[in-house]
Design a protein around this ligand. Sequence first.
Ligand code: IMP
Ligand code: MG
Length: 175
Amino acid sequence: MKETISVLIPEKEIDKRLNEMVETISSDFKGKTITIIGVLKGSVMLMVDIAKKLKQPVEFDFIDISSYGEGLTSSGNIKINKDIENSIEGKYVLLVEDIIDSGRTLNYLLNYLKSKKPASLKVCTLLDKPERRVFDISVNYIGFEIPDEFVVGYGLDYAQKYRNLPYIGTLEIEE
Ligand code: IMP
Ligand code: MG
């Protein structure tokens, strides 16, 4: 099997877009400490890059849930592998995701986190595949809308590979 990656969003474009997103996030969370919750493992690059650009106080927490397994399609099963460690009651939360596909993961996470009574709960994602949406959810900050193609890099994996690519690429697999 041959795996070929073609650049879809170059590193510089990601950085430029993040500057714009952070400007909006900063003004929306003005005067507040932002509790950033990263959805492991795909959102790690985005979480760190956003946090470095923010000027106000930031706290980190992580949650890890399984939905995709090792393959290209969603399994439909959701399970919490690692929960957040600190209470978010009364906190201003920014949930950071790598990509919204069907919306199943985000739908689950939003319901779960809302039950913990944050003061506010906003969602930031680098990528959005609107064509694939099954769950009706709203996302506050979207980096890029992309077509229905499987992508890797900048945190996103295929069978745990390619997360460290500094750009977003489309993956093609030839038998
Ligand atoms: P959803 O629950 O269907 O929205 O799927 C979201 C999760 O599936 C993301 O957080 C990713 O981990 C994974 N995913 C969806 N599309 C892709 C892709 O194109 N590349 C890599 N992972 C993906
Ligand atoms: Mg994910």
